[in-house]
Write a protein that binds this ligand. Structure first.
Ligand code: HEM
Ligand SMILES: [Ca+2]
Length: 202
């Protein structure tokens, strides 16, 4: 479905996730994660923009199609409280914190802010082999540990997010490095991946 990325290409310039706060007009870190997919910067993400964003970071056609379909089907109405469901499945960036699910890492708080302690905890608890990277087995152990009882939607949501990240960004040794994970939270990883791919486009 997706191939390994050269890790050094992904690391440069990513991972300023702790800097943003959720105050006034400033975007929360979770809003930034999603804003990458708002290709025309109008505050609303449509499925075709998510598809385009997936393609821009190197995801295959099938992953991009199913990713866009499932994300918008699952999240659209949550981000549009008190509005009728739209056949275009829009996601409102400013309300993305309403689309959070259970059984996650807790790195985003309920307002979509970045919780450094929770981020560090992932690696302190689960990165047993290398310290600054997760093996696929360690990632699975983390997902299991994060599961809340009977929260099947949350289990599937978390599994999908982390497996997509792992498949797109694992290094040649099958490791998911800490810097990569940090960059996914504020979306700076996505920007970097898109920039790194552009020169290779024909
Ligand atoms: C290749 C694309 C994407 C990847 C690899 C990805 C990966 C991730 C990861 C790893 C998390 C952290 C989960 C945790 O802390 O346990 C996350 C959270 C989240 N993502 Fe994405 N994501 C992608 C695209 C999107 C898109 C397009 C949207 C919506 C438009 C989205 C919405 C969210 C939301 C709402 C959360 C918070 C979930 C929670 O903490 O409950 N993501 N994502
Ligand atoms: Ca848009």
């Amino acid at each position: 479905m997706a191939s390994s990325m050269p890790p050094e290409a992904l690391l440069e310039g990513v991972g300023d996730a702790g800097a943003a706060k959720h105050s006034g007009s400033e975007q929360s870190v979770l809003e930034k994660h999603v804003a990458f997919f708002d290709r025309n910067h109008d505050g609303v993400v449509y499925p075709w923009e998510t598809f385009e964003g997936f393609r821009a970071i190197g995801a295959g056609y099938l992953l991009s199609m199913t990713g866009a379909f499932l994300i918008h089907f699952a999240l659209s109405s949550k981000t549009r409280p008190e509005k009728y469901p739209s056949p275009f499945f829009p996601i409102e960036v400013k309300n993305i914190h309403l689309a959070k699910h259970g059984s996650d890492s807790g790195v985003y708080d309920s307002d979509g802010r970045f919780v450094s302690l929770k981020f560090e905890e992932i690696f302190r608890k689960f990165a047993r082999t290398h310290g600054n990277a997760l093996t696929s087995g360690e990632l699975m152990a983390m997902l299991k540990a994060n599961r809340e009882p009977q929260d099947y939607k949350g289990w599937i949501g978390s599994w999908t997010e982390w497996m997509t990240l792992y498949n797109l960004c694992k290094d040649n040794n099958g490791l998911l490095r800490k810097e990569i994970v940090k960059g996914v939270y504020d979306g700076s990883l996505f920007e970097r991946m898109e920039r790194d791919r552009k020169p290779h486009k024909k």
